[in-house]
Design a protein around this ligand. Sequence first.
Ligand code: NAD
Ligand code: ZN
Length: 258
Amino acid sequence: MSEPILDTLTTRAVSLIRGASAIVAMTGAGISTESGIPDYRGPGGVWETQAPPTIGDFLVNPETRREFWRRRLSDYPTLVAREPNSGHQALADLERRGTLLATVTQNIDGLHQKAGNSDRRVIELHGNAHQLRCVDCGAVFAAPEIQHRLEAGDPEPVCTACGGILRSGTVLFGDPMPKAALDLSIAAARACDVLLIVGSSLVVNPAARLPEIARRHGASLIVINRTPTPVDDVADVRIQGEAGPVLSNLVRGLDSGE
Ligand code: NAD
Ligand code: ZN
């Protein structure tokens, strides 16, 4: 394969990544739009079409739960069929090279793991859509098992261990952040020497705070996003563009002589 011709910004990002010994990637919905999963805030995003329920409403209102399960019955097969794109593949490649300490993600689609990032290095701030759990006893259920029950006509699957209400493994409005993931993400931001931010609008905490934590601890910031973000002014490199092509160019650039 011929060597990529790198533009100035990519060359600068490549040199930061080459010089780094502990890179942390931070990803938002933008890394998965090229896999066909819409972001929330963009045009046609879930924000406009179907806002998720609050946990309070979900727990007290049987109709909200039934609506949740109806949507899940129709939407989950589409989500599970989605494949990682070249952006996910580039981050998996970076992890194989040995310097990607962690990938902190706001996504719930599991595409980093599907691309080959190891489970223990992916920190999911908003949980994961491929698991469900009982609100009473905490038992965890794999999504395909629950999908079978929905397809067999069960309108509201309950916990087989205790009969309790099952809920999504993702963070709903009104839920606290998962503490373990939050602590790990802050530790990763403190430990890294490059924070590589991809496809996140950086407007919601804790993702919004991590760049500042990383910077205070001496890390450089690289931001790859389609639209402006609040940290663009302090980023060491800011590349406006599509996550897939930009990231794959960047990781390929690590092998080039430039
Ligand atoms: P967000 O705030 O992280 O915004 C996404 C950002 O990505 C936007 O700034 C957008 O301009 C940018 N973007 C979109 N496509 C891009 C591309 N191809 N290349 C580069 N940048 C691109 O996320 P959100 O959409 O407001 O979603 C809020 C929350 O909802 C997420 O944190 C997540 O928990 C959940 N969500 C998850 C998924 C998923 O798992 N794939 C999808 C939608 C929403
Ligand atoms: Zn239970």
